[in-house]
Design a protein around this ligand. Sequence first.
Ligand code: A2P
Length: 333
Amino acid sequence: MVNKKYKLAIVGATGLVGRTALKVLEEKDLPIYEYVFFASSRSAGKEISFKGKNYIVRELTETSFDEGFDFAIFSAGSDTSKKFSPIAASKGCIVVDNSSAFRMISTVPLVVPEVNSEEIFKNNGIIANPNCSTIQAVVALKPLDDKYNIKRVVYSTYQAVSGAGQKGVNDLENGIKGLPNTKFPYAIFNNCLPHIDIFLDNGYTKEEEKMINETRKILNKPNLKVTATTVRVPVMNCHSESINIEFEKDFNIDDLILTLKNAPGIIVQDDVSNNIYPIATSANGHDEVFVGRIRRDFSVQSGVNIWVVADNIRKGAASNAIQIVECLINSKA
Ligand code: A2P
């Protein structure tokens, strides 16, 4: 059997998600014969050390994909994705795009491999990686939906500054030193800001709208009742989420906990008598989604509250994208 090897581009290799993607790739042994790292003209010529070799960062241009690539992971913002992903796809490269540019286009798969990996193979050259807060939520929702049929979801998020890229991290680091903020509208140090992305005419933020729409698309439940309040908190990395879920079917709480324990990509940490529950500093650096505080919502016929924590830069972005590439590679092997 011929062991096929592939060529992979990382676009936005100097950013927070791009650098984490390199770290995740270093931990794996994928059949990639050539890696190429792209960023803006600001970073062109910089050196990146990867798997024991030095690589020169290249400027992304309209001809970057002419040389032929199998896969590209884009983490360079929506504008860059809108302009360059279609060019890459037109040259035969399959793009896994971390931005929100293509997520809600009906012909573009929006994929979390634990939930809907079958969608990957319906791609037309671009596969969208969901929003970080949506990814960790649907990993926990999917097994519960399969078993108890979810009727309504209420999200309340506590999102780390790393979700806003390097500038978000800088704002918290500077705030701790008493320096002014430049990324967020107010100091993030010592504050919780109920404001992620822009405000829409209906009073929601775009982040809240993304969670609502992306959840419906990934779970393939276009009429699911979902609402969300997304909050930026002074945590460096890892998003935490309180999720209230109402089901069509009744459940037994022990069965529900077992269902979560047996689901792919989930680690249940739920032993309140010993103060065991998911926290950001424990989830940091991991690819699993941690679930705890699992308890019946006594205010409705069939409902549960769960607390879900994950590394938003790894599972919420870089690792999910690399998992998608691995699914593609395995399907071709
Ligand atoms: P650069 O370092 O050259 O600015 P973050 O989300 O952490 O801010 O990272 C954003 C990433 O996207 C960086 O790698 C950044 O590169 C890259 N980027 C931003 N604009 C462009 C562009 N026009 N073309 C290619 N890469 C870009």
